[in-house]
Design a binder for this molecule. Structure first.
Ligand SMILES: [Zn+2]
Length: 422
């Protein structure tokens, strides 16, 4: 058998325990073991002897490499293992079962490869191990495609099954699972990254929206309050006017009643005087007059009562108007969980309790000044400087003072040069 003229078509790897085959696989599957995609639990913390076989297209063995592969505590192949089995040339002087082999003893290649090879303890043990490997290869359990030759050549066995053997399927399954697992992990990482980026973006968006919403709410509330105030004022004015009118009417009625009473009294006096004179006809007329006056007075009493009822009603309306006015609205706000956040230079973003909102709306800058611990006058002077920090003297940039409380109205409004000249 001339090795040089043959062409390596198939490569198989057999892993042994005490010279008995425990795993057999195509070389591509063995690479997955070397790449640590697949763990082999029965090899945990063991140095496993293996036989690599190069075969031609008739699965006839061409040469073998006797290698040793350590596995770690997880059953994964040693990551430092570096033999290139496919390119290792067999030694001409070493043969086993009639084929050239690469073994540890007498190895001529690189020194660092030597510890990764093994030599059978005895010729008999070696032939037993390689013999069983060659037997398996002949059975073609790994399902290599055998190229048919002319009838004169020895008949070659068909693959035992069209399907790949169980062990190969197992390895393939493990490989696929490992790949899926890795793909899933990568997916998860990418998702986590995207989520994180998305979070930052949405947080920023959320904050901007929050500020915008607060500003909108505040301006809406401001409008509402002004409207409520105006309405309240109008109501109050109206109610005060009708109250005044009613009081006027009551007073008029009072004096009218007094006049009637005076008239009735005067008539009574006249009547008494006439009775004394015994003027029957005049007495009768006066009595009739007096009765009419009494009826009129009764009528006036009714009017007075009506007026009083109306006055009471108007007073109630006035109270309602007050309740519905700005203060009433604020009272409602205090009951809710609305919180206003306003921004002012110097004081930054600050929350305003509903009970202080009216005060804030009356004079936002005075509010900001108080919040900064300075007077409004000082705050306004600082604000002018803060918005446009330039020298009062020459117009050149002056150092900006960021905190109103640190601002010196006499010095900080000048550039370095003019500050020194002070
Ligand atoms: Zn200057």
């Amino acid at each position: 058998m001339d090795v040089m003229q043959k062409f390596v078509a198939y490569e198989a790897v057999y892993l042994l325990t005490n010279e008995t085959i425990t795993k057999e696989m195509r070389f591509s599957e063995f690479e997955a073991v070397l790449d640590r995609y697949i763990s082999v639990p029965e090899f945990i913390n063991k140095v496993v002897k293996g036989i690599y076989i190069a075969a031609d297209d008739q699965i006839s063995p061409m040469h073998a490499v006797l290698f040793a592969l350590p596995f770690d505590g997880k059953g994964l192949a040693d990551a430092r293992w570096h033999l290139n089995l496919s390119t290792m040339a067999p030694m001409l002087n070493a043969q086993l079962c009639g084929i050239p082999i690469v073994q540890r003893e007498g190895y001529q290649g690189e020194k660092k490869d030597v510890p990764l090879l093994w030599t059978p303890k005895t010729q008999v043990l070696g032939e037993k191990a390689l013999g069983s490997v060659l037997g398996r290869l002949k059975e073609n359990r790994l399902g290599f495609n055998i190229v048919r030759k002319s009838a004169t050549t020895e008949p070659v066995p068909e693959p035992i099954a069209a399907q790949p053997p169980e062990q190969w399927k197992e390895v393939e399954l493990q490989l696929r699972q490992k790949k899926d697992e890795l793909a899933k992990q990568i997916d998860e990482l990418n998702q986590a990254l995207e989520t994180e980026q998305g979070k930052n973006l949405s947080l920023e968006r959320h904050y901007q929206k929050f500020i915008q919403e607060k500003d909108e709410k505040l301006s809406l509330l401001n409008q509402k309050l002004k409207l409520a105030q105006q309405e309240g004022e109008a109501h109050a004015k109206l109610s005060a006017r009708s109250q005044a009118k009613l009081i006027e009417a009551e007073e008029a009625l009072e004096s009218l009643t007094e006049r009637y009473e005076a008239m009735i009294a005067a008539q009574s006096e006249k009547l008494q005087a006439l009775e004394a004179k015994n003027d029957a006809e005049l007495i009768h007329r006066l009595k009739q007059q007096n009765q009419r006056l009494a009826i009129d007075r009764e009528y006036l009493d009714g009017v007075k009562q009506k007026l009083e009822t109306q006055l009471e009603h108007t007073r109630e309306q006035l109270q309602q108007a007050v309740d519905q006015s700005a203060e009433g609205l604020l009272k409602q706000l205090q009951g809710s969980d609305v919180e206003m956040v306003v921004y002012h230079p110097g004081s930054g973003h600050t929350a305003i309790a509903p009970k202080r909102l009216m005060e804030y709306l009356d004079d936002p800058q005075a509010w900001a000044a108080e919040h900064c611990g300075v007077s409004k006058e000082h705050y306004l002077a600082w604000l002018e400087h803060f918005d446009r920090p330039v020298c009062k003297e020459c117009g050149k940039p002056a150092a900006r003072v960021n905190n109103p409380i640190d601002f010196d109205r006499d010095k900080d409004v000048y550039c370095m040069l003019h500050k020194q000249a002070l």
